[in-house]
Design a protein around this ligand. Sequence first.
Ligand code: C2E
Ligand code: CA
Ligand code: CA
Length: 548
Amino acid sequence: MKNEQLARNNNIHLLKSSVNRHALFGLTISLVAVIVATLVNCYLVTGSLSLPGIYSVQKDLPILWLLDALPFIFLLWGQYVGSILAYEANTLINDQTDELRNQTASLEKRVMYEATHDSLTELPNRVLLHDRLDRALTTAVRYNYLVGVIILDLDRFKEVNDTLGHFAGDKLLKQVALRLTGVVRKSDTLARMGGDEFAILLTHVKDTQDLDLFINRILKVMVLPFKISGMSLDLQASMGIALCPDHGKDVDTLIQRAEVAMYAAKQQKNGYAVYSKNLDRFSPKRLTLMGELRQALQRDELVLYYQPQIDLKTRTVKQAEALIRWEHPVHGLLPPNEFIKLAERTGLIKDLTNWVLDESISQILKWEQQDFPMTLAVNISPSCLLNTDLPEIIIGSLGSHNLGRSMLTIEITETSIIQDPELASEVLNRLKKLGADISIDDFGTGYSSLALLKKLPVSEMKIDKSFVMDMLNNDDDETIVKSIIDLAHNLGLSVVAEGVESLVIAQRLQQLNCDTLQGYYFSKPLPAKEFKAWHASHAEILMSELLT
Ligand code: C2E
Ligand code: CA
Ligand code: CA
């Protein structure tokens, strides 16, 4: 402002001096005119140029008086016109500057608004939400209260867009925005994050009851159908909630965790979910993994690791469990828990199981050629067992080879059987005929009936590691382990205990008459080459320790 005033004063000064210059020019001309006229008149009247002559014409000729006045007139006129001009110019510049300033201010305001708002719904956008959340967190930390972030995503919005067109989709988004605006308090912020995703910032959550009330209000406004292009559309939304300080204290963590909870709510179809650590498996990283898993199969990124099973009766290692891993180019070696469930949900599990069987059989044959006879236990998901192609897949993987001796053990869980006992029985019988052994994995965690198990061609039970790992500190666990061993033996089945992490547990299981042991105490699952090396160098030493 000060600078502006200074510049304006300078301009006025310049203008004034330019007018003064012109006035001075006029003054000089008129002075010259006075002198010339006086001298000419003096010469004409007196016949010569002399001071008395000049004095006399100056005194007697009125025309010269007029000429004498001219320089003063020019001087006064210059001053006057200069001031007027400067004044007018000043107001003109003032007016223009004000107009320009107003234009700039409104332009700035518009740019600011567009950068912080969504053009379709006029709601604050991601940028503004970040900013407000950041401020809310600073205050909340100071005054010690809860701040909530809700991420809301419409279910099946893509279908509306695809079938009714983008115009209808936009209309729907506007209606959703209006309904949500009605629920949100003035102090809170409803924002559109992009696509069909909205976010609500709750600047001050009193307690979880307060939160429940709010969630219920949102659920309620979404219940009524939306009217689009004369049609009535039922639309559900999934919400994920994260709270500060419980789930994070900074903007990015809170938004990301609310998003993870939203994905969980979407997949579990329960409307909303509050973030907790065990929901991390629903994170978007997992979802992108899903897209990549298909390619991983083609790109040879999957590998099998082998964990030895120690046969206590023969004191040998003749079998290993094949456990899948994914050598992900970015995330490194991923354990099966990170992708098996997803593969099951999308149906990719069939291709995956196919690959596991193929790889296992070819590994068995490779080792056989190296004079290293080893059989493998392979995990089969429930959906794959009930897919009756399983025997055909195995026949395909065998190619011209023969499953003459028992090379494969198929590990299935109790849930596989309960889902459809008749179908399971049919498939298992066919597998048995092909020469495969059947083992019930994670035994003790399911609800299968013994009567059912007796009817199936099962030859082995694997006690779930959750009972084995802590059995020396927990009497209940030890009782369960002992009962399963006795029960299996009474049914004519052998028993494997997995999760054996120490020598003392191994020795206790030996006393309890367990047939086979598997666990980190002997070895973690290893890649094929390392497994063979472990067998050559460690197997016997570990077994001799066990027997003393
Ligand atoms: P599972 O069949 O119960 O396999 C045993 C799991 O326990 C393995 O985890 C193994 O590494 C782990 N384990 C073995 N000994 C110990 C021990 O002493 N202590 C502890 N804490 N853990 C031990 P992993 O390899 O991460 O596999 C997890 C699960 O993924 C498996 O549980 C199985 O259900 C599934 N899975 C693995 N490979 C496949 C596959 O090829 N197909 C299918 N459908 N599922 C698979
Ligand atoms: Ca298993
Ligand atoms: Ca298991």
